[in-house]
Design a protein around this ligand. Sequence first.
Ligand SMILES: [Zn+2]
Length: 125
Amino acid sequence: MALNNILYSVVRNRCPKCHQGKVFQKDNPYKLKYLFKMESECSHCGERYEKEPGYFFGAMFVSYALTALVFFIVLVLDFTIFHLGLSLLLILIPAVLILSPVTFQWSRLIWLNFFIRYNPESVKR
Ligand SMILES: [Zn+2]
């Protein structure tokens, strides 16, 4: 199923086409020194990740949606379980800041998966 392939690629930091090569150099987004370090192409199938200059501009909109999802989840938890009221902001802002490295990398991986389909037979050119 396509959604499983996308989730695998995003969560495991793998090439959307072959699921073998890495997209970001380090799997752990909290190694902040390597947060922005991406491979230029897949080491397994040779798929180029940045198709043109500014290709990842659209990933900002994915990042916005992911951040809105975090807000929504925290709000639902507040309305149903915690009932914190305005002090909810004391949880919301740190939650968004702490999750921002994950949001950054996942938004680029999701953006790549919009345009590259999984093909298990892909091999290096
Ligand atoms: Zn690949």
